[in-house]
Ligand binder design. Structure first.
Ligand SMILES: [Zn+2]
Length: 871
């Protein structure tokens, strides 16, 4: 049974809907497995066998049968069960269907309601890609090869390690036992209960876990070492390949801070006795919030003198995300994958708040604006989906992990928090967690808690408008002026970059209206023609102060002109919102490109890094569209002139007391000046690179990306070989990634072929296999046809490190990357041939992105040429 989603009501029909949507009810939670047999406790014992790449296991599951049944049905994949018994008696038949990933046990006689025990032995595969229990090869700090075993279960891969009820509503307790080499350190969700050595092996049993879903099970074993600390009664450890654990000191300090902050924010202390962070050398590219034992790609946890500020920021923000999941996701889990956003949007929003609060100089929410804009770009297309989206069966769950679930979800929660106020919002979340702890939840549970905590019913309707409908609105602001006093008339319609939505959806829009430099006031836009007093007519105006709202705004010409005049003095977030909107409106053909460029030209020497970042990225997009056209040289000259005064005022090297934000701005502008052919920038980058060839400390890690990219872009064969030799010889993986990525920026076609060969070669160490796809897509920036040829010929190799996300990447990201590399029909045919039919909605999203990009280029070219001519 599924709840109705994707509702396209109008405001007048909203009142008739149930107040908050369905709340959690186990019997009616969606899923494929029958609900009449419920696992209560697993006793699981596994022996991973490295030589044969298999797992030998025994399993005993205590079950509650709620209605008499002749069969027991659960998930399995590539497993062989033997000696299957219920309450000690052999069963009649066992059929494993790997296509459906389901095993059906037919009982000798029906099981009556009550508790029973299902037991069996089994074999499974020890995987070599990061799903289920997998073997990970890596190069050790001393250059020798090592191997470890780890796990990655979300969404549906616990069933690869052991037969189980692998749907999130089936919470159970787990007692895990693992037998492996006695030299191994072993980590799981819970602390070690007992350990026995026998011969060269050790058998480790971990304490029984609290009730949790199967996708949160974790085990890592290998030659690992840890550093440890204590926070408010919780033992915190950071595990890494032996010899690298000290590189986790910063991460461990962050984890202490974050855990204490979350204990306070959520109002419930972290519920397990310990929390481990495990740095897995490669294998998978992100991090996974296993309860009590979070696994990270080691680049997201370990820092050394070669690390950049961006690496440092990732260490904090990714931990802040995964630790937030220990409450939102682990303690309280979404009932079904259609509410994945309850996990991911929440963790993303909580992490951004925490990162911003603890590192104010990073201006983290401003940096997150770039992610919000990416989500708005996708969400401005007809093929987008609501934050809450149908997930027909759990095998499709992985396709929900996209920018709508993460970035739009994070932005919408921020908007709701701003609307209710941070205290009431926090109280609602505390109430929600207390009510649903050690269980599951739906969006309805959250809305009920927010409404109860705030005493405001309207929050439910606002929240549902934004989570159950696709897309977002464009707010039109028309100012009327009488005696110098301004009155706004407000209206809305769905913002689409192409086409129209016949359903004409509506939103209750939380505006934050700022006049001049006053503190913003909150106002809910409910009906078209709504009027609002807004100060004097000559004061700047924003109805999306601090760029918190997930909507676009179009101001009437006079108000826009007032904002342009005051642009350099506006609060930073208001300035960013104006730039974002003007750029999006010009791409959609709703406002002339000149309006956007007028804002860009009004920046002056303002140090607002995100604003400049936005301008540089937009000019970069225009530059790309102009490539190969007669107007290219004139355009780049004009673009350089726009950013060069700012770049020159910042110079090349950091100054004492500068924030990371300003340093980032300097790198962005230098990078673009180089890209757009500024001879002084190229000469200085080459001079610095010449030193770097003999002395790796000559360019700070933070500056390497921009300097090396500029050099690589203009590289001749000798320079290419110098950079290639540096990349090949580098031992530090983070530095090596930077060097190879720079190598992909070569302009010369012959050298680009050699860059492609390097990306595919065994020069890339096994733990960096995920880098290959990044390299080939980076190559697409300057050599789309070559990159497409290389990608299609090697897609299996390039996508292998992403077993969970490969369908999503193939359907939605690949068309967008290669939009100009091949004809749309050719792109679509290739994608369709690789994917099952149920991926059609995702393919439609990818292909709409291609169509939009092509149309944008066509629309922009004349506007760019006009801008270049006018001086
Ligand atoms: Zn997450």
């Amino acid at each position: 049974m599924r709840r109705a989603l994707a509702l396209t009501w109008t405001l007048s029909t909203l009142a008739a809907l149930p107040a908050a949507g369905a709340t959690f009810d186990f019997d009616h939670a969606p899923g494929r497995l029958p609900k009449n047999v419920v696992p209560l406790d697993y006793q699981l014992s596994v022996t991973p066998k490295l030589e044969t790449r298999t797992i030998a296991g025994t399993e005993s599951v205590r079950l509650r049968v709620t209605a008499a049944t002749a069969a027991i049905v659960f998930n399995s994949l590539n497993e062989k069960l033997a000696d299957v018994r219920l309450d000690g008696a052999p069963v009649a038949a066992v059929i494993a269907d790997d296509a459906r990933q389901i095993t059906t046990v037919t009982l000798a006689r029906p099981a009556q309601p009550g508790e029973h025990t299902l037991s069996f032995s089994y074999t499974a595969l020890l995987e070599t890609q990061p799903h289920g229990m997998f073997l990970q090869q890596y190069v050790k700090p001393d250059g020798t090869r090592g191997v470890l075993v780890s796990t990655k279960m979300e969404s549906t891969d616990a069933r690869r390690m052991f037969p189980c009820w692998d749907e999130p509503a089936f919470r159970a307790t787990f007692e895990l036992t693992v037998t492996g080499p006695s030299a191994w350190a072993t980590v799981s969700n819970m602390p070690v209960a007992r350990r026995e050595e026998h011969g060269g092996l050790a058998t480790t049993t971990f304490q029984r876990s609290p009730a949790m879903p199967s996708y949160l099970i974790e085990f890592t074993g290998g030659d690992l070492a840890a550093i440890s600390a204590q926070t408010e009664g919780t033992a915190l450890s950071l595990w890494a390949v032996r010899g690298r654990e000290r590189e986790g000191q910063m991460a461990l300090a962050d984890a202490q801070l974050i855990l204490a902050d979350y204990n306070d924010y959520f109002g419930l202390p972290f519920p397990l006795p310990k929390l481990d962070a495990i740095a897995v050398p490669g294998g998978f590219s992100g991090a996974m919030e296993n309860w009590g034992a979070i696994t990270y790609n080691d680049k997201l946890l370990l820092l050394n003198p070669d690390s950049t500020i961006a690496d440092r920021q990732a260490v904090f923000s990714v931990q802040a995300h995964e630790i937030a999941h220990q409450w939102n996701g682990d303690l309280v889990t979404m009932a079904w994958w259609d509410d994945l956003w309850l996990n991911e949007s929440f963790a993303a929003w909580r992490a951004a708040n925490e990162t911003d609060r603890r590192n104010p100089s990073w201006k983290w929410w401003q940096q997150q604006d770039a992610a919000k804009e990416r989500a708005m770009r996708s969400d401005a297309r007809l093929s987008t989906h609501p934050i809450q989206q149908p997930v027909a069966d759990e095998l499709q769950a992985a396709n929900a992990f996209d920018e709508i679930t993460y970035e739009k979800g994070q932005s919408v929660l921020r908007m709701l928090e701003s609307y209710l106020g941070p205290e009431l919002f926090r109280d609602g979340i505390r109430r929600y967690l207390r009510a649903r702890a050690y269980s599951n939840a739906t969006a309805g549970d959250l809305w009920v808690a927010l409404a109860q905590a705030s005493g405001r019913d309207d929050v439910v309707q606002v929240a549902r408008d934004w989570t159950e409908q696709p897309g977002f609105p464009l707010v039109t602001v028309t100012a009327g002026c009488s005696g110098g006093v301004r009155t706004l008339t407000l209206s809305q319609h769905r913002f689409l970059v192409q086409g129209d939505d016949p359903n004409a959806p509506r939103w209750r829009i939380p505006l934050r209206v700022r006049v001049g430099d006053a503190v913003p006031r909150t106002e809910l836009l409910v009906h078209d023609g709504q009027q609002s007093a807004a100060g004097r007519c000559d004061e700047p105006l924003s109805v999306n102060a601090e760029a918190i709202g997930f909507f676009r705004v179009r101001y009437d010409a006079a108000t826009f002109a007032t904002d342009v005049r005051a642009f350099a003095r506006l609060p930073e977030g208001d300035r960013i919102a104006l730039l974002d909107d003007a750029w999006a409106l010009s791409l959609a053909g709703e406002q002339p490109l000149g309006s956007y460029l007028a804002l860009a030209a009004a920046m002056g020497r303002n140090h607002n890094s995100r604003a400049w970042d936005q301008i540089a990225a937009s000019l970069g997009a225009l530059e790309r569209d102009e490539r190969g056209s007669p107007g290219h040289a004139a355009f780049t000259a004009r673009a350089r002139a726009l950013i060069k005064p700012m770049a020159d005022s910042l110079g090349w090297d950091p100054r004492p007391g500068e924030t990371p934000d300003v340093q980032r701005l300097r790198r962005t502008l230098r990078f673009d000046l180089g890209e757009w052919g500024d001879p002084h920038t190229l000469a200085e980058a080459r001079r610095r690179f010449a030193h770097f060839v003999t002395d790796r400390s000559a360019i700070r890690p933070d500056d390497q990306e921009s300097v090396l990219t500029v050099v690589a872009h203009a590289a001749d064969e000798a320079t290419f070989e110098q950079l290639h030799a540096i990349a090949r010889g580098e031992k530090d993986e983070a530095a090596q990634r930077r060097y190879y990525l720079a190598l992909m920026q070569v302009s010369d076609a012959t050298l680009a072929e050699r860059a492609a060969e390097a990306a595919l070669s065994a020069e890339i160490p096994p733990q960096a296999a995920d880098l290959r796809l990044h390299l080939v897509t980076a190559l697409a920036g300057r050599h789309p046809a070559l990159a497409w040829r290389v990608f299609t010929a090697n897609a299996d190799l390039l996508l292998a490190p992403y077993p969970k996300y490969a369908p999503l990447i193939t359907s939605q990201e690949i068309p967008e990357v290669f939009w100009e590399a091949a004809e749309p029909q050719q792109l679509e045919a290739w994608v369709r041939a690789r994917l099952p039919a149920e991926m059609s909605p995702n393919i439609a999203r990818g292909m709409e992105a291609v169509a939009v990009r092509r149309a944008e280029r066509q629309g922009l070219m004349p506007a760019i040429d006009a801008w270049v001519r006018v001086r």
